[in-house]
Design a protein around this ligand. Structure first.
Ligand code: ADP
Ligand code: MG
Length: 712
């Protein structure tokens, strides 16, 4: 007799060419109802999907802990014991179910904040069970929130067990972690010979990766921790490798398609400015980036470059020099800023710098009057205006250029593809695009998300900057802080005080801001002190007026919400106080801090928080105090928030990774990127016999680009 049932033989025959795409309902133990749930709840449609549904953790079930020892153990514990009673307490959000759990050494509470009804039903009092969870302290008492519970028999089944995430509905249909494990088991029984190896031997040997089939098995049912690690490493490598390879190939396709203006001249404008009118030496980082941009402009391809550089690293100058390159080739250039204030600042500083060169620079924002627009539009169309600086008003269809060659977009790493596309329509070929941002994105993320952009980094500040000194203070030391502020003002400096304003708690935040403003005006009374205030509810004219008073030095203190976040330059402002700093994200804190430290004076950033901080907030404050390095901060931010939050949801499709984790596996990302590049270099069309596996997978990934193989 065959080792397979008739049913299994039929399935194998039907899906002979690709066993893995067999619909999940054909798996032993599944059937139509369970299949429906698997699809709905966890997106498992086929055998392959189930194999890709990896355990999120493994448990060493050979070890049991004792309640009395829990305080010395960090992390998860497994205890054998019984529940001796339950109570429900609290109302609304703080409603919870508490169970008293006892072993032969002591007692601890198990707590559920959700799903109490369901848990209550499934708990059997006074029956020996095994619980698994992570003890935490709450209100001075230890408990284990949301523990997993299983029967003693199930828990002691094997030494090293996978844990799958399940849902309430799956669990009640018999597919809790145990049930899923069983289904996977059925699948693994039939797996032999069904898994194609995708990676060439050479790569596997070099990186000590186990075979694909073995990896899939061991990832689900490892016999030891080492096996689990080897399996996961292999699968993460594979996943990230194909992601990188796909991105590289896609970029190549785009490059081939996108013809761009060829700017071969350096030109008089650039040369004169560079030789005679830059008051300082460019940093090496600025020079390096400029070279990269120059190479792009020269290449005949359309440039799409992201320039990352910490606040104050001198991106504007790079932008200006790039625009001069465009002008030297008889093209126009545009610079788009996210706010009117910033656009005006750019306009003023750039006009000033270009004065000796006699280059026509114009400003266009939402509040440019119609009367001024008419001649501006004309001069733009005739080519009289060489550089146009402004806000998104530049994107409007009525704004027509004579010959737009380069667009620089400042402070906006989320400038979307759609917006870029609008710029493309402004000339016969798309103008070159340079996007600048001071929000650093960790290198590994940038590699992955800006597949269609080239990334340049200014990783060096101009010389002579005094690092900003950052302190973390509690509300209790507010009076001392006022004293410090007075000293700084007496030295002629200016101060920002920033309050959070978040939409969902707007009224409360707004009241805090007003209270804060009042307290400040009381402690810093007129006429000795002048205080400005700017927030989102003010009319634009008022905002502008107040901001300008501060810029001109007429007021010493600027109380504001985060509207001042981006770009504004007030070199005399040397103190940044951030109220309720625990409510800001790391990158936002870093951005805000970047508003000071622009002049020659020692600058300070003071983070004010309440006394009780969560461990994440604590870590954010510590990181800010420890370092001024935006990239280091971005790495911590990535650890704390995960890539989804960091990049916004629009890109989260790319985050659909089965086993790798972009915040933790950065090293593998970098490694696989190198491997992918090496392979493409040696075998640009992926045709060598050893790359057969790669080719088949890549064809699947690039289904929408059937001709990808012709891109040599
Ligand atoms: P950001 O990168 O934040 O946009 P900016 O371009 O506004 O920074 O530059 C910050 C300040 O540093 C400006 O006042 C600028 O003139 C100055 N700066 C730029 N490059 C250099 C340099 N190579 N040496 C000295 N100062 C520089
Ligand atoms: Mg800037």
């Amino acid at each position: 007799m065959s080792k397979y049932s008739l049913r299994e033989r039929i399935i194998r025959f039907t899906f002979m060419n690709n066993f893995l795409i067999t619909p999940i309902e054909y798996l032993k133990g599944v059937g139509p109802q369970k299949a429906e749930l698997l699809k709905k709840e966890i997106g498992v449609y086929s055998f392959k999907d189930l194999l890709d549904y990896y355990p999120f953790r493994y448990v060493d079930r050979s070890q049991f802990h004792k309640v009395k020892d829990l305080l010395e153990i960090h992390g998860h514990v497994q205890i054998k014991g019984k529940i001796v009673g339950m109570i429900e307490a609290g109302v609304g959000r703080s409603k919870r179910l508490t169970a008293k759990f006892q072993d032969d050494s002591g007692m601890i509470d198990l707590v559920w904040f959700k799903g109490a009804q369901w848990i209550k039903k499934s708990i059997k009092v006074n029956e020996e069970i095994v619980i698994y969870g992570k003890p935490t302290q709450y209100g001075g008492k230890w408990n284990i929130p949301h523990p997993e519970m299983s029967s003693v028999a199930a828990a002691t089944g094997s030494g090293f067990q996978p844990v799958y995430s399940s849902t309430e509905r799956l669990s009640s249909a018999g597919m809790s972690t145990k049930g899923i494990e069983k289904l996977v088991g059925h699948l693994l029984e039939q797996l032999s010979g069904q898994v194609e190896e995708l990676l060439p031997d050479e790569v596997r040997n070099e990186h000590r990766l186990i075979g694909r089939e073995e990896a899939i098995r061991w990832a689900h049912v490892p016999s030891s921790e080492i096996h689990a690690q080897q399996a996961r490493m292999r699968l993460k490598f594979e996943e990230l490798f194909f992601l990188q390879l796909e991105l590289l190939v896609r970029k190549k396709i785009t490059m081939q398609k996108s013809k761009g203006f060829e700017l071969t001249n350096v030109g008089d404008a650039f040369n004169t400015f560079y030789d005679k009118h830059i008051p300082f030496e460019l940093t090496n980082a600025q020079k390096k980036v400029l070279k990269e941009i120059r190479r792009d402009l020269n290449s005949g391809h359309h440039m799409n470059r992201l320039l990352q550089g910490d606040v104050g690293s001198g991106k504007t100058l790079v932008a200006l020099l790039s625009m001069l390159l465009a002008i030297g080739n008889d093209y126009q250039a545009a610079l788009i800023a996210p706010t009117e204030i910033l656009a005006i600042q750019h306009f003023e500083s750039i006009s000033e710098m270009l004065k000796p060169l006699n280059i026509n620079v114009a400003l266009l924002t939402g509040s440019t009057k119609k009367k001024a627009r008419v001649p501006l539009h004309e001069d733009l169309k005739s080519g009289e205006i060489k550089i146009l600086i402004g806000t998104h008003a530049l994107l409007e269809d009525t704004v027509v250029f004579n010959n737009l060659g380069l667009v620089v977009i400042d402070e906006q790493h989320r400038f979307g593809v759609a917006q870029r596309a609008r710029m493309w329509k402004k000339n016969t070929l798309p103008p070159h695009i340079l996007i600048m941002t001071a929000t650093p994105i960790p290198r590994t993320l940038a590699m992955t998300f800006y597949g269609d952009l080239d990334v340049s980094v200014i990783d060096e500040l101009p010389p002579g900057r005094k690092p900003i000194s950052t302190m973390h203070k509690y509300d209790s030391s507010r009076l001392r802080m006022f004293g410090f502020m007075k000293e700084e003002i007496a030295k002629g400096r200016q101060i920002y005080i920033v309050y959070p304003l978040i939409l969902e708690s707007e009224t409360l935040d707004f009241n805090n801001l007003m209270d804060g403003y009042e307290a400040i005006t009381r402690a810093f009374p007129m006429p000795d002190y002048q205080v400005s205030m700017v927030h989102g509810k003010l009319k634009p004219e008022v905002k502008e007026f107040e901001m300008n008073r501060f810029v001109k030095g007429e007021t010493q203190i600027m109380v504001a919400t985060t509207v001042i976040e981006v770009g504004v330059n007030v070199p005399n402002a040397s103190v940044m106080i951030i109220e309720s700093a625990e409510r800001f994200g790391l990158s936002q804190l870093h951005q805000l801090r970047g508003r000071v430290g622009r002049g020659a004076e020692q600058s300070y950033c003071i983070l004010m928080t309440g006394d009780k901080l969560s461990s994440d907030s604590e870590k954010r404050m510590k990181t800010m105090v420890r370092t001024n390095d935006g990239f280091e901060i971005a790495e911590v931010d990535l650890q704390l928030r995960g890539p989804g939050d960091l990049l916004g949801t629009q890109q989260s499709g790319v985050l659909d990774l089965k086993i790798a984790n972009l915040s933790k596996d950065g090293q593998i990302v970098a490694m696989t990127r190198d491997v992918a590049k090496k392979i493409l270099k040696k075998d640009p069309t992926i045709e060598l016999p050893e790359n057969k596996g790669i080719r088949s997978k890549l064809s699947e990934l690039l289904k929408d680009r059937p001709n990808w193989g012709r891109i040599a």
